[in-house]
Design a protein around this ligand. Structure first.
Ligand code: FES
Ligand code: FES
Length: 155
């Protein structure tokens, strides 16, 4: 039995400790916003936060996150109120097919937690592990810049 906190709720699942966290999230916890892209740590589609740090859930055995706090895309909003990064994504019509976007948003949230006012180069460097086959990078950058400004104003 593996216990952890998922989007602020305590959960326990009777699963193989070697099962990738991604499979537990999608197939057991039914949190399907986190996507399977490459399954090899190369694309970022499966990005979630463990105690606030972004990780590739496709490469993380669920045993490694026992008793930790996991946040997925489903856990970012505050009730009906979107996280400022999600709102900036909506405002800038960022997604095309959308497949990579939950991973992009999770990385962007982690970036802004580390660096409240990133330069374009900071954004490019931090986000380079999140691949978008639709090429939405310019809109991703714009949305992160907008979210950074909005989050600074709220402070
Ligand atoms: S699915 Fe995990 S990095 Fe691609
Ligand atoms: S929006 Fe299609 S892969 Fe990124």
């Amino acid at each position: 039995m593996i216990s952890f906190t998922l989007n602020k709720e305590k959960v326990s699942y009777d699963v193989d400790p070697n099962m990738p966290l991604l499979y537990v999230l999608r197939d057991v916890a039914q949190k399907t916003g986190t996507k399977f892209g490459c399954g090899a740590g190369q694309c970022g589609a499966c990005t979630v936060h463990v105690d606030g740090t972004p990780i590739r859930s496709c490469l993380t055995p669920v045993s490694a996150i026992a008793d930790k706090s996991i946040t997925t895309i489903e856990g970012l909003a505050d009730g009906e109120k979107l996280h400022p990064v999600q709102q900036a994504w909506v405002d800038n019509n960022v997604p095309q097919c959308g497949y990579c976007q939950s991973g992009q948003i999770m990385s962007a949230v982690a970036l802004l937690a580390e660096n409240a006012s990133p330069s374009e180069a900071d954004i490019e460097t931090y986000m380079q592990g999140n691949i978008c086959r639709c090429g939405t990078y310019p809109r991703i950058k714009k949305a992160i810049q907008q979210a950074a400004v909005q989050m600074q104003e709220v402070k």
